[in-house]
Structure formats: structure tokens, C-alpha cells
Design a protein around this ligand. Sequence first.
Ligand SMILES: [Zn+2]
Length: 254
Amino acid sequence: MTNPIEFDLRIGKQKPYSAQGAPCPFCHPDTLTHILEKRSDMIWLMNKYPVFHETWPTVLVETAQHDSDISLYSREKLHEVIAFGLEKWKETAARPEFKSVLYFRNFGPRSGGSQRHPHSQIIGLYHYDYKDNIFPENFLGPLIHEDEDCYVTLSDYPVCCMAEFNVMLKKDGHTEHFADAIQQVVRFVLHDFPIPCDSYNLFFYYIRGHVRVKIFPRYTASPLYMGYRITQVADSENRSHMLEILHSERYFAD
Ligand SMILES: [Zn+2]
């Protein structure tokens, strides 16, 4: 059994929440401090609110456009953001002081994020290996798309979400098609998911030598999962329907 990470409520209480009308710090880049790197309009910096103990928390502000999102990025912008994120994540993971490094992204009111402005997070964990909680089976399921660089599946054995999508970068695959596939799944989640959905998470993993990302449509968490760790999958009729739409011209008609 893995030990929990401590969440600092004293710091958590100070965090500005855009849903409560707090001004957006990322729209005022001149006021940002502890910047690690800038590239075009992207900024990688230390998180001002380090709520997780024994971590090295950073934030990657993806664009200057407050109301944008991965689902809205041009192809060029999308490729730039994913390439920068993967580069900084790998760079951080190469540092020997971390046991593992998280790279994830929140979007929407149900995603657990406090800021609307498009951003992702890269967090070095000094004593925790996130891979202890993840199994290779969590990425297996029907194939939605495959090209020379990546493949896309719907999980048969999800980590926790009833419809969990995976995009896996092939060995030596280019990240452009990987990024395109992520964008297509995110668009599907926001526009064509069987239940209206306004929130999602991206979670990146480096497992068995492969970069993988999970796209989670977000709802209020199920009590079955919260209390008993019982995972659920969508019923077979809806799974077939989702796969049909994803295989259509609108998304991954190959
Ligand atoms: Zn903003």
C-alpha cells in the first residue's frame, strides 16, 4: 500500500479560484515570479501554491489566450504546447532527486483545477512513484485509431473513470500525430460524449518505455469508486455508439 501525499490546507486556502471571480494571474505575466523558462507565449514557472508536501511543483502556462483550450488550439499551437510539455516533463524526470514526475492538465469546473487559463502541471515527487498505482491493463481496450506514430484505445480496465481514453506514443513516434490524436479525443469528450461533459483531465505516464496519456471525461466522482474503489465502464451499447462516432469522418476515419 502506498503512503498518501500530504495536502497543505493552509496553502490551499490561499489559492485564487477563477470560478470565485479571482483575477487570473496568468493574464498578467509581468507579475509572475520564479519563471523557469519562456518560449513564444508559453511560460514554465514554479507553482506559487505548493499544496503537496515533498514535491517540486511547476506550472506550464500554455498560451496568452485566457479562453482558449486544447480543443481550440490551431495545429501549430497544439504541437508547440505538447512538445514543450513533453520536453520539460522528460527533463524533470531525468533529475535523479525525483522518484517519479507527474504531468497532467485540468480543464473545466469538474476537473479539480482552480484556474480557467489554459495550463498544465509538471510535479516532481521526491518519494512517490505514481506507477505503483497504474497497471499495463489500464491502457488496454478496443482500438479507435492507429497511425505510424501513435494509437488510441478506450479502456476496458480503467483506473477510475467509466470512459477512459488512451493515446499511446509509439517508440520513435513523432509527437505531432500524438498531439493531434489527443485533441481529437478531447473534442469528442466535450462535444459528442453520450452525457454532456464540460470538464476533462489529461494524465501523462511513462510506462515500460512508452509515453502514454489518459483523457478522462470528468463528472462528480462515483460513490462506488470513492468508497469501495469499484471501477465502472460504460454499458456495451454506449461503448459501441462512442466507438462508431470516433471512427466516423468527424474524428478518426482512417
Ligand atoms: Zn488568464
